[in-house]
Design a protein around this ligand. Sequence first.
Ligand code: NIG
Ligand code: FE
Length: 443
Amino acid sequence: MQPILITHIKELINVDETPRAFVAGNEMSKLKTLKDAWLLIEDGRIKDFGTGKPDTRYAIRDTRNEVEGSDSPISYPGSRSSDRGSVRGLTLFDASGRFVFPSFCDSHTHLVYAGSREMEYVDKIKGLSYEEIARRGGGILNSAKLLHETPEEVLVEQALERLDEILKFGTGAVEIKSGYGLSVVDELKMLRVIRKLKELSPLTIVSTFLGAHAVPAEYKGRQTDYVDLVIHEMIPQVAAEELADFIDVFCDKGFFTVEETDRILSAGMKYGLRPKIHANELDYSGGIQVGVKYNALSVDHLEYTGKREISALASSETMPVILPGAAFFLNMPPAPARRMIDAGLPVAFASDFNPGSSPSGNMQLILSMACISYRLLPEEAIHATTLNGAYAMGLSDQLGSIARGKKANLFITRPMPSLGFMPYAYGSNKVERAILNGKMVQW
Ligand code: NIG
Ligand code: FE
């Protein structure tokens, strides 16, 4: 793999000289950047960066590297031909006028699903609530039925298209949940699809087992039996096949109670599955507290978060994750992200890409929503969608910032006047090209 040297970068964003696991409180507004910068990528990793002219060591080293077959650097639109010819064995990219960001880290999605649910969208417009739609057998159960009928290869194909779409919007790492299976066979089927995606996609993917997403129709009125099925059959089989990195429960009004969540998380812990849970989307459900009790890596949604929840989070290692796509789509009040940051907490923002409450994985839009609807400064929102997102997937030692030795997952923007333009120009794609695992992605 040829090293890549990006030069003349207008601004290199989220530079971390001494890498941190996450950024919290007022540190979130202190985003480190380098103007007129260069960046060297080698062996899939960030090798070095600086300002002004690239370190001459690399040019010398590289000229000596002229070996047969390595003398025709790949050309990319946007790179200058004079530059391309000047150093052999090294792909040069002139990023004049452009910004380089670490890729977005989207820590919460359900992007393996069958088909779509725009009929419910129309019901919602007519006034039905998310819970009413769910009670009528729509919602998650509707997706479960479709998933059951859809062959594994088709699910892989549909998910690959979604992954392709999000990488063009700048995502470089993504978490994907099961939870539309709701039977032993179909939950395993979903997780195998995710495992296949890990093999096929250049994106970094982590998987979460979410058997307790909803109670399937055949267990109606027998919720405890379904929880037993999750605990005694699903979790052991998921663990035996090493199909999940994390475990999730939809701990909320009308779905799973705190007691049920407690039982499921305790069972998951025995198999080394750390929780990342859905909490406090529909009510003050106690989900945040039970998540903290089990040292969850993240608690997600959080529309119903008050003082008690904030203080539980303050003494924890749990990342609060906000999902503005779902709040927008379901017309819910925004989670108090501003209050959380002002209280010294970190926050991450993710897309929640799913067919029912957030059918988009566009992290640039999430960035814009974080600023407009949640009053985060662009610098805070960038931390929330990169490093803090990486933490919420257990990946912040590898991804989420521009740091030497980290995986080279980043994107180059089209020419932009300033950093603030990124969230400001909402709805249009500012990403011109992506580099994943140290390789330019072609599209
Ligand atoms: O994160 N809140 C629970 N689960 C998903 C929605 C899934 C669906 O409606 O299909 C969410 O919003
Ligand atoms: Fe979700």
